[in-house]
Design a protein around this ligand. Sequence first.
Ligand code: NDP
Length: 254
Amino acid sequence: MNMFDLSDKVAIVTGGNGGIGLGMAEGLAKAGAQVVVAGRNAAKSAQAVEQLKAHGGRAIAIEVDVTDEASCKKLIEDTVSRLGRLDILVNNAGTNIRKQPQEYSASEWHSVIDTNLTSAFICSNAAYPHMKQAGGGKIIHIGSMMSIFGASFSAVYAATKGGIVQMGRAMACAWASDNIQVNCVLPGWIDTELTQRARAQYSDLEGRVTARTPAGRWGLPNDFSGIAVFLSSPASDFLTGTAIPVDGGYSVQG
Ligand code: NDP
């Protein structure tokens, strides 16, 4: 369907070399976009690019450390100079340190905030002039169930994931007149490296999540291919400032 066609578009997915980011990158590539896989681990990124190409997609890797402002700005500039434009930015790179709030050091606070929240601010601001000049664009932030709920081990992570929703709403207001839509995706519990660490830490987590999720299963990275295409395509042109759970019903279970 033309409404979902991204064949003249260029997309960056931070953390696009694995997990949810790679699931989103796959959707974007299948819809025709040229995808920049932006991660720290060059070998992992090269493998992700091969995977996207194997499915007929167009992709390149550009190395980035999203905690570094200069590196974020260089990612945007290198994308535009190599691929000629930037239409879609997915701010997906993220991390977590699961601890009670009182156990956090200030440097741990800063590392999670920098990775999950400041990076999205810097990358979006660097992307803005290119999207404005092109007549529009799409920015997708990644929140979490911790954008909605609290948990004893997630004070800092929840601060970033609540913050990114509010930041996205403000950006949506600021940039609507430039035809730039800014939306947030809130994943439920998804089987990735991030949550494999959590399941190793909390042995009952796997069963508790399955029991609480109406869909009766954990999410998979490919569950994010469709929402990535929708929020990047003309199909969502009148949708901005939203925070959409992709969670198998976890957030609506009473
Ligand atoms: P993964 O650990 O599988 O992937 C995280 C990605 O972020 C990796 O590709 C990693 O790339 C990248 N990344 C981390 N730090 C940096 C950095 N400093 N610079 C550049 N890239 C970085 O996690 P998920 O796929 O699970 O998570 C993706 C997003 O989804 C995150 O924002 C996370 O908070 C969110 N999320 C995940 C949920 C889940 O259940 N899995 C639930 C809710 C939200 P590299 O390896 O190259 O460093």
